[in-house]
Structures are given as structure tokens and as C-alpha cells.
Ligand binder design. Structure first.
Ligand code: SF4
Ligand code: SF4
Length: 210
């Protein structure tokens, strides 16, 4: 168990609903759910194998105190943010945002499922685009292709080579980006300052909840 996870588990012992309400963004909405199932019924992707629990079920599990099952669920990471559930809910629960709030909390305390592809992409994309202020597409693609090891990465590169070459020919991709060239934000210091400020505001907001 990570330190933060241990601290949170001890702090909210036997009250997982309160933990989600206080720690997950929009988590305070979970108690408004009346289990009608419209969100799950309207979700276009929840029947996929990778979804272990549709939103309505997750909300019920939170109230039932199933902490480990919820935090380690892959379901939140499978949400495509289509907002079908959001507009369907008769209680106006912002289901999409709650799903992402639970996912972020699970990640923050080190309980999210390891090697989940969406989580990997989110983190890789964030690290990539905040470094120079713009996405370095070649680096991003390389990182994703090689996430399962060197040979898997080479296999993927070979599979995708015709698409890659087409993009280079059409000037949709600059191979020199692999060496750090390519487009960059003009005011990267300004971007970093904005991100630092946003993190400061977020930390203050979280501290106020504590
Ligand atoms: S649609 Fe709203 S009230 Fe119905 S189960 Fe989903 S979150 Fe709960
Ligand atoms: S926003 Fe996410 S949880 Fe809601 S219906 Fe779409 S995919 Fe399903």
C-alpha cells in the first residue's frame, strides 16, 4: 500500500462514500444517485469486456464501501466522455465528471490499475505536451509504441510504417521531432508558469477540503 493510500484508508475507515465525497472531484454527487440505471443503459461502451462495472454499479459499490474494487476498477478509464450518461440522468448527476474524478483519485493514491492503456496515454500525453507547450507527435507515438518493450515497439513501427511515411510525405509529421526539433510554443516559460499556478490553485482547493 502506498503511504497516501494507507493514510486515506485509515482516515476514512469504514466510510468510503465520505472519502469519495471529500477527495474525488465531483464525488459529492454520488449520494444523489437513485440507481435508476439510465446512465449505464445509455453508455455506448460499457458492454465492452474491459468495463468491469458500469457507472450506476460503481456508485452503488461506493456506498457499499467496496473501496478496493472501486479504486482498482478499469471502468473509469474506459469512459470516452461522450456525456450520454450526463444528459440522461434524472438527478442531474454529472456522471462523466464523477467517473474522471474517481479515476484521478485512484491514480493519485496509487491504487489505479497498472498498465491500463488510457491511463498510460493520459500521463504520456500530459508529460509530452507540458514539456514544450505543444505535442511532440513523434515522441508521443514512440513512447506509446514501446510501452510493452523494445520488440513490441519495433513490430508496431513496422506495422505502421506506410502510414508514417504517408504522413511525412504529406507534411503531417516531422521526423526530426524525434531529436527534439519541430514546433514548440513561443512562450514556454509562460506555459510553465500557468501550469504551476493551476497546480497551486488545485492544491489550495484540496487543502481547504482537508
Ligand atoms: S442515471 Fe443518475 S440517478 Fe440513474 S443510476 Fe445513473 S447516476 Fe444514478
Ligand atoms: S460519458 Fe463515459 S460513462 Fe458516460 S455514457 Fe459516455 S462513456 Fe459511458
Amino acid at each position: 500500500m502506498s503511504d497516501l493510500n494507507q493514510q486515506m484508508a485509515a482516515r476514512y475507515r469504514n466510510d468510503f462514500l465520505k472519502e469519495i465525497e471529500e477527495q474525488a472531484e465531483m464525488g459529492e454527487w454520488v449520494k444523489m444517485c437513485m440507481q435508476c440505471g439510465l446512465c449505464s443503459g445509455s453508455c455506448p461502451t460499457h458492454f465492452q469486456d474491459a468495463w468491469d462495472h458500469p457507472p450506476q454499479e460503481l456508485f452503488m459499490m461506493i456506498r457499499a464501501g467496496k473501496r478496493e474494487e472501486v479504486l482498482q476498477s478499469k471502468s473509469m478509464w474506459m469512459c470516452t466522455s461522450c456525456y450520454n450518461c450526463y444528459v440522461s440522468c434524472p438527478r442531474k448527476v454529472p456522471v462523466t465528471h464523477v467517473m474522471h474524478g474517481i479515476a484521478e483519485y485512484a491514480y493519485r493514491i496509487g491504487r489505479s490499475p497498472k498498465y491500463q492503456p488510457t491511463q498510460h496515454l493520459s500521463k504520456t500525453f500530459w508529460d509530452n505536451c507540458t514539456k514544450s507547450g505543444r505535442v511532440n507527435e513523434v515522441n508521443l507515438t514512440q513512447t506509446l509504441y514501446f510501452k510493452d518493450g523494445f520488440f513490441a515497439g519495433i513490430k508496431k513501427l513496422i506495422e505502421m510504417q506506410s502510414i508514417g511515411l504517408g504522413m511525412v510525405k504529406a507534411r503531417r509529421m516531422n521526423p526530426l521531432e524525434a531529436m527534439g526539433a519541430g514546433h514548440k510554443c513561443k512562450d514556454i516559460k509562460g506555459i510553465h508558469a500557468m501550469i504551476a499556478k493551476a497546480k497551486e490553485i488545485e492544491a489550495t482547493r484540496k487543502a481547504d477540503k482537508d
